[in-house]
Design a protein around this ligand. Sequence first.
Ligand SMILES: Cc1cc2nc3c(=O)[nH]c(=O)nc-3n(C[C@H](O)[C@H](O)[C@H](O)COP(=O)(O)O)c2cc1C
Length: 267
Amino acid sequence: MNDTLTTIFNRRTIRAYDDRPIDPKDLELLKEATLRAPSAGNMMYYSVIEAKDQTVKDKLAVFCDNQPMIAKAPLVWVFLADTQKWVNYFHEGGSVARGIAEGTATWRKPGLGDMHLCIQDAIIAAQTAVIAAQSLGIGSCYIGDIIERYEDVRDLLGLKQYTIPACMVIFGYPKNPGNNVELKKRSPASSIFMTDRYRDLHLEDLKTAYGPMEEEMRRHNRLPFGNTGSIADYYYFRKYSSSFMEEMNRSTKAFMQHWDGPEETLG
Ligand SMILES: Cc1cc2nc3c(=O)[nH]c(=O)nc-3n(C[C@H](O)[C@H](O)[C@H](O)COP(=O)(O)O)c2cc1C
């Protein structure tokens, strides 16, 4: 074990924060550590919007399926997949005109591959921030619901055609920094890691994969049907069939269609 592994092994999601703001020195380190994340071609294909204005935080809390902890979090970062800045640079810096004049490249609008690469960049940066935060004693929580209500999020944050929310993380010093809190169980490595080819998992494999979590949830009386249901029942009825998942799918389709649709005028 070393310090880095200790940081990784002790990280857990923190949702309740002390009121005090993030120390400016810690914030600086957090930003610098985030920038060290690997990046496709080192293009830094992402941007991060820090929501500082309380009204922006309040709206994000509502847009993200009404999670009040977002409004209260000392630090709120929305990680954007950002091809827009390169589109602007290619055009404004003259590369597009040069390619056309010299007959070496015609302009193509960003595709879904560009989008995917930017999303990877943004999420890798986010996870780098999460681990750096943990090492500084700062707790964090991803907010998956940032991919809901695309139109509202886009208007609130002034997003352009080729900037989409990849993920969101809220940070703060833990309100209850107990060390002996139980870490959530995970699948065994043998259920996740595969060799050479995809292994299609079926019932018995899946019971092995999710058994530790099912046992944990049963212990906490969290399973449906009076705690007699399975973990599959839990995710199927509470998450997969929920209205928030329906909205997530609608919203994701909307931002993908906007990105992949007719090109908007720059500016
Ligand atoms: C992509 C993603 C989205 C998440 N969205 C939320 C969220 O909207 N609200 C929340 O309270 N936790 C959210 N979480 C935190 C997970 O619930 C948490 O990571 C998981 O239960 C495992 O717990 P642990 O991080 O403490 O190990 C999210 C985590 C990830 C990776």
